[in-house]
Design a protein around this ligand. Sequence first.
Ligand SMILES: Cc1cc2nc3c(=O)[nH]c(=O)nc-3n(C[C@H](O)[C@H](O)[C@H](O)COP(=O)(O)OP(=O)(O)OC[C@H]3O[C@@H](n4cnc5c(N)ncnc54)[C@H](O)[C@@H]3O)c2cc1C
Length: 104
Amino acid sequence: MTFPLAEAAMELHAAHLMALNAAALIDRGERAVKELSMAKAYAVEIGARALDRAIQTHGAMGFTNELGLVHAWQDVRSVNVADGTNEVLRRTIVQRLLAGDTEL
Ligand SMILES: Cc1cc2nc3c(=O)[nH]c(=O)nc-3n(C[C@H](O)[C@H](O)[C@H](O)COP(=O)(O)OP(=O)(O)OC[C@H]3O[C@@H](n4cnc5c(N)ncnc54)[C@H](O)[C@@H]3O)c2cc1C
């Protein structure tokens, strides 16, 4: 694992921009189903990955209640299932793409 902080920052920044893009589309009156599905699935996955990197970076300390990283990882990871699992969100993205919504 190299540059875990930089990698997490890049991914979290991308997730933030995806969310802002979806919000802008909704502000314009679009349903943004594909973009919302992408933003939610990606944000949860990279949020969990950022915490996993933080646990790894701290070694054994990463598993202690003192840092609370494992608890935070569990919280974020559960959102992969809650409010639309990431598999179902991917299915929605594919459905939208095959329906002709290919704007990226
Ligand atoms: C923290 C948390 C909070 C929640 N809060 C709420 C709430 O407030 N209100 C509420 O109503 N529910 C809530 N839920 C329930 C949640 O919506 C369901 O757990 C979720 O929809 C998945 O349903 P399931 O558990 O029956 O799993 P299943 O539907 O059995 O799915 C199991 C696995 O199979 C995958 N899968 C299922 N169908 C397909 C498919 N067609 N293609 C590919 N993969 C598929 C799923 O993605 C999942 O990984 C919550 C869940 C969690 C973990």
